[in-house]
Structure formats: structure tokens, C-alpha cells
Design a protein around this ligand. Sequence first.
Ligand SMILES: [Zn+2]
Length: 321
Amino acid sequence: MINAMTDPVSRVPDPDFRKKLLEIREMMGSWKQSEYLQQTVQGFRTQKGIYKPGGSEYALWIRQTLKGIYPDVEEPPLPDGSWTYLYTPESKEGRADLSLDTNRALIRSMEDQIPVGVFIERNLPGEKTTYEVMGLAYIDRFDGTHFVLRGLPIDFQSPPMKDPSSSRFQPFENDPLPVTNATIEIRNKGFMTAVRRAYRGRCSLCELGYTFRGEPIGLEAAHIIPVSAHGTSKDVRNGILLCKNHHDLFDRFLWAFDEDYRVVVSDDREFRKSAEKNHVMKAEGRRLSNLPGVEYDLPASEAVRFRLERFHSASDRSDVT
Ligand SMILES: [Zn+2]
């Protein structure tokens, strides 16, 4: 049972170990070449699998290579941005050897709810060995074959979500305590990463999506209830992945979408004329072409309704002026 109220990294007694975990969290969502990681991440040069620094009782990170047995299909993130990954530990004759030092360190991390860094090797055509930095994860359990890893949610002070279908959407930020800038920065990164994964790296409206060395270019996670209205950044259901162009137009309330995810476009005549050849006009009245593959990550109706209201009052204003 994972039970967190504070930053789980702060539970680590050793300040040096804590710093290293924070460095991995900083890189969350990025794709890095192996050479870079060898220079910046302790143990990466020499260790595969699980890395436990000398003298530490906990594991610092796990690295899954393409040669390992790994799940072919990775589940999309849950609405809170948490994810599950099955890690196959080292084994003897096909059986996981839990007496190994490294496996024991993982069990220790599990017992004390200390997160570990997770790196997964990705195949990029024509590129050097590259890893996706998944971020930090709890060791949820050992199922007899795998360690079940649960990625920290966007709101890393909360435990990861269990059942997405029964979790209520909280449209607005309601932090009881003041939130530091560092926390906001990590949450923004978490929101971007989770929305990007949920929309498989393509604009929801026009399906544009470029990547270079694994990093998406020109895409942004837009808030449906804006940040200025205290819309949440902790839940994928208040997000939609858009290319920069369509994000700009969305922010200016020149288009929106309804509860059936059908595109509505501003009736401003100047805008409509200028956008004649744009995707946004072609998409009018149609369903957004790229939506999350799982129902639980779809934009929440509450957020969509809030947005539509803003959209309609914005077009009313432009009629007057
Ligand atoms: Zn677009």
C-alpha cells in the first residue's frame, strides 16, 4: 500500500541519494542517448538492470534494455499521469533470484516506499542507443515474475491512482498549502509528459507530430480549463495535446469542442475567412481526429463545458466590438 503525503524523495535519509533521484526526476519525459546518461547518471557506464550505489540499501535506478523481456504494449498513463511497468529482474534458471543484492535493494525500496528512477531503451532508426527517461516510480509489488513499477503521478505528493473509472475528476487546483515553484515546474513537466503519452504524440485536431531523437517538436499540452481559471494540471482529463498553431487558436477561443468532441469554430467573419484553408475549418463539425486510445484519459465533460462557456462568451464579445 503506497501512502504518500509529502514528496516521496524527501523520505530518503541520504542527501546525496536524494539529489540523484531529483536529477532523474528533472529528466522525466526526455529521451537521452546512452553516452549522455553515462556521463550524467551514476552507475550508467558500468551497470545494466538494477543499480544500487555502494553503501546504499536502496536501488537508485532500473534500466530496461531492448534485449530484456519487456511488455510489448505499454499501457497509456492513468488520468493522474501515473503508469505501470513490469520489470523482469535478474533470474537463475528462469526464476527470479531475490537473494541477489540488487533485487534485495528493490525490495527494500518497496518496503520503505522509496521511488527508483526508470530508464527504458527505445529503438530509434539510425540513432545511437537511446533511453526514454520515464521518471521516478514506486515498486508496488513483486508478482512472482516481475517487479510491478508504478510511476509517480503528476501530483507526486499523492499516491498513484488505483482505478481510473471510479476516480472523480477534480477540475480545479485546490492545494491546501502553498506550492513552491519547483513543485509547479515538476507538475508542468508531468502534465506535458502524461498528455503527450495519452495522445501518442500527435495534435488532437490535425494529427501533426514531429519527433527528433525521440523528443516531440512543436507540440504542447493545452489546459481545457485554463490555468488562469485555476484549471488543474494534475489530471490528463483537463488536457489536450495540440500543435503550437492550434494551441494558439484554442487559447484565443477561436475554436473549441463539445462534449461529443466535435469541433466548433468561432463565427468571427474575419477569422473564418483567414482560416479558410486551415485544418480548423476543415474539422468544423467533425470529431477530433486524434483522441486518447482509452476512455479514461478523454477530456472530462466538466472541463469541456467550462471551456465551451468561455468560448461562447468570447464570441459574443467579438460580435459587439
Ligand atoms: Zn494541430
